[in-house]
Design a protein around this ligand. Sequence first.
Ligand SMILES: NC(=O)c1ccc[n+]([C@@H]2O[C@H](COP(=O)([O-])OP(=O)(O)OC[C@H]3O[C@@H](n4cnc5c(N)ncnc54)[C@H](OP(=O)(O)O)[C@@H]3O)[C@@H](O)[C@H]2O)c1
Length: 198
Amino acid sequence: MKIIIIGATGTLGKKISAAMEKDHEVIKAGSKSGDVLVDITSAPSIEKMYKQVGAFDALISAAGGGYFGPFDTMTEKEFRIGIESKLMGQVNLVLIGKNFINPKGSFTLTSGVLADDPVRGSSNLAAVNGALNAFVHAASLELQNNVRINVVSPGVVEDSPDHFPFFPGHVPVTMDRVVNAYLKSLLGIVNGQVIKVY
Ligand SMILES: NC(=O)c1ccc[n+]([C@@H]2O[C@H](COP(=O)([O-])OP(=O)(O)OC[C@H]3O[C@@H](n4cnc5c(N)ncnc54)[C@H](OP(=O)(O)O)[C@@H]3O)[C@@H](O)[C@H]2O)c1
């Protein structure tokens, strides 16, 4: 399969890429480095990437940021960071990518545990993750040509120890489990699922 991985140099993306490039043609994408450059906060940039890559079989996104900080002082501008990056970035990867993906292809997005189990400072990312989970469920009902879509929702991962102090009581999840969730979406038959790893 020809697989585009957005965020391939990241903590999640590099392990996902390593697991997939053994058996597949992997095209790594990021805003600063990769086989192709893309800024997912820009629809024209996403369109340009898809035109550059051409038809493909699967898109995996492990990219997109949000605002993490005190609720008391949070502004609309800060809240929009997650909307424009993690939410609309990944939604646009699907809205634009559905015109380029091969029949029977798949999209796999990334949300996260904060949708179900928020921590202090996480209201922006919690809302974005919940929206992504709902988007995938609904979009799966309308995508054409047997194209599937799922979202992986990881807990805080063992490879992100800098996050641990912000997640009291959360048990870090192994990267093996997280990578397997992406493999399940890519190679399995699941569709419209939130694949939870926590
Ligand atoms: N780490 C965790 O414990 C954890 C847990 C649950 C969910 N998640 C979610 O998983 C996703 C990835 O997390 P991570 O920890 O792997 O992040 P990370 O280490 O910061 O990696 C982010 C990746 O995304 C790329 N990227 C950043 N901004 C981009 C943009 N505007 N357009 C295209 N690519 C962009 C980066 O490459 P460039 O620098 O080249 O752009 C990098 O490859 C995030 O949405 C995060 O919320 C993470």
